[in-house]
Design a protein around this ligand. Structure first.
Ligand SMILES: Cc1cc2nc3c(=O)[nH]c(=O)nc-3n(C[C@H](O)[C@H](O)[C@H](O)COP(=O)(O)OP(=O)(O)OC[C@H]3O[C@@H](n4cnc5c(N)ncnc54)[C@H](O)[C@@H]3O)c2cc1C
Length: 506
């Protein structure tokens, strides 16, 4: 039992100021303008963790280039269902962001989204075969129209000259190219959404406030115990609904709430590192996000990619992420996070998941042992002329992969999972991938899960007004063409000019 008095009462408390809380707060305010919301963020900046531009890869995941979304089955066939789901989810995001721009909740969208072609790059007969099969299936789907395939050395060199310089013409390579790809600065988007909400009533954002505990009181409400990290003062805020959008720390906070539904869940932290190019001449010569194939044992999010990014208005070039291991659950977290998350009910699933993922453990050990020289060698598989002095190492965000009970053991999964209590009054998000790109779809699902009656009777229709493709199945090519054109126009989608690094409209 706490000794403090309740300092404030809110309908909704959101923990963390990352893309997920910002998306949920914006959706809730659009659906129910009078709702009272408090957001607590332990850092003194908005989106200082995974949502920050250099902590993630900034790919608007649409299934265009990520080969792990189209696994090859044992019989050789390629399963494209996950890529289609991711593409559909990203269309929801584009439609929602466009709606926010049109009604001026957010301004200057070109500061957070750019058109950058998405490509997949493979070498060797077997991989080329796989890429071609994947392309033949995808190009027939309305969401993937316009995808091109090439195994012609010269054509590929015209698409990605940097990657073909000093590469033997004898080497067999193949590429798919999707012009409709995007680069997204999710940190900037988060700031824009939260700033947009400042004009609304009944919403407050408390920076440098850490949530220490959550428990249900005798009135059935949630008491959220918060520490002001500047004054060191603790207070309690009472809420009808709590969302734990604390990124990697969501697991620990959900455990503190003692909801039944979190039992058996564990977390496996994977850290990351980029190589960041510091040579402007090199940066100028690459204009794509180019994803390769993951090595055996690599977690799906450790697929290497060479990415054009626009960070704070400046074109940049990043390669990675290289995976690593740290017991922290946040980049600014504590080495105790992992141990703190271990409970009687999740030790079994965690040990079992560990035992089943020996190749992953081996891969992580190998990655941790890599020095800059090894990393530059990996980069040279993509960019043969890479010079070590042109690249700096930079730590990326921390991901906590979900471990959950499965039969008598546990499994490690690489997606995201919303965990909510039975009456829907508390929910949290575990996991990271495909993550920020699909924040809109994830948060709509969360609303449906936690507020089923209100959702069906009122909110669903309002969501369909804001996001026209929501809830519609089997939309055709004409629909997606028109929708992509409209959202491209609303978001001012522009590409970084191949000649001068000047944004041009697409
Ligand atoms: C290396 C890497 C590459 C990625 N690439 C992509 C990509 O290309 N495309 C994509 O769509 N997604 C990508 N992701 C995933 C994406 O970044 C995440 O899914 C997304 O940012 C998660 O947002 P969030 O709001 O849940 O968490 P976060 O952005 O981590 O925000 C959580 C916030 O909660 C705060 N917090 C934590 N504990 C407390 C507490 N006790 N009290 C108060 N505040 C607290 C933290 O300080 C933080 O600000 C990538 C992630 C990583 C790590």
């Amino acid at each position: 039992m706490s000794t403090e008095n309740v300092a404030d009462t809110k309908q909704v408390v959101l923990i963390g100021a990352g893309i997920m809380s910002a998306t949920l707060a914006t959706l809730l305010k659009k659906l129910n303008p009078g709702i009272s919301i408090s957001i607590f963020e332990k850092l003194d900046v908005i989106s200082g963790e995974s949502s920050n531009a250099t902590n993630n890869a900034g790919t608007g995941h649409s299934g265009f280039c990520e080969l792990n979304y189209t696994p090859q089955k044992e019989d050789g066939s390629v399963d494209i269902s996950k890529a289609i789901n991711v593409a559909k989810s990203f269309e929801l995001s584009r439609e929602f962001w466009s709606f926010l721009v049109k009604e001026k909740t957010i301004i200057n969208p070109q500061e957070f989204i750019q058109a950058v072609p998405h490509m997949s790059f493979v070498w060797g007969e077997e991989n080329i075969d796989f890429l071609k099969k994947r392309w033949e299936l995808l190009k027939e789907h309305p969401l993937f129209k316009g995808m091109e395939f090439s195994d012609d050395w010269d054509e590929i060199a015209s698409w990605i000259p940097l990657m073909m310089e000093n590469r033997s013409k004898e080497e067999k390579v193949a590429v798919t190219k999707m012009p409709a790809g995007t680069d997204v600065n999710f940190g900037e988007l988060t700031r824009k959404m939260l700033l947009g909400l400042f004009y609304e009533k009944e919403i407050d954002l408390h920076m440098a406030h850490e949530v220490k505990d959550i428990h249900r009181n005798s009135n059935g409400k949630w008491e959220v115990k918060v520490k002001n990290l500047t004054t060191k003062k603790k207070s309690i805020v009472e809420a009808d609904f709590v969302f734990v959008g604390a990124g990697g720390r969501a697991l620990n906070l959900l455990e503190k709430s003692k909801i039944e539904e979190i039992k058996g869940f564990g977390g496996f932290p994977v850290s990351g590192e980029w190589l960041v190019c510091n040579n402007e001449e090199v940066i100028k010569n690459h204009h794509a996000k180019v994803y390769g194939k993951a090595k055996v044992g690599a977690p799906p999010m450790s697929v290497p990619h060479l990415d054009t990014r626009l960070i704070n208005g400046k074109p940049s070039l990043l390669f990675g992420p290289f995976a690593g291991f740290s017991t922290k659950f946040l980049k600014n977290g504590s080495y105790w996070d992992f141990f703190d998350s271990m409970k009687k009910d999740n030790i079994g699933p965690m040990l079992s998941a560990g035992a089943q993922n020996i190749p992953l453990t081996r891969y992580l050990i190998e990655q941790v042992r890599q020095d800059k020289k090894d990393k530059i060698e990996s980069l040279r598989e993509y960019f043969p002329n890479a010079k070590s002095e042109d690249w700096d190492q930079k730590t990326a965000g921390q991901r906590v992969q979900v471990i959950k009970k499965s039969g008598r053991g546990g499994i490690l999964q690489f997606g995201t999972e919303v965990v909510s209590c039975k009456d829907g009054s508390l929910a949290g998000l575990l996991g990271a991938s495909p993550g920020a790109s699909t924040a809109v779809a994830i948060m709509i699902d969360l609303l449906q899960q936690c507020f089923p009656e209100k959702f069906e009777s009122e909110w669903k229709a309002k969501i369909q007004e804001m996001i026209p493709s929501y809830g519609k199945e089997n939309l055709d090519e004409a629909y997606y063409n028109e929708s992509r054109n409209k959202t491209a126009q609303a978001l001012g989608l522009s590409a970084i000019s191949e000649d001068e690094n000047i944004p041009v409209l697409r």
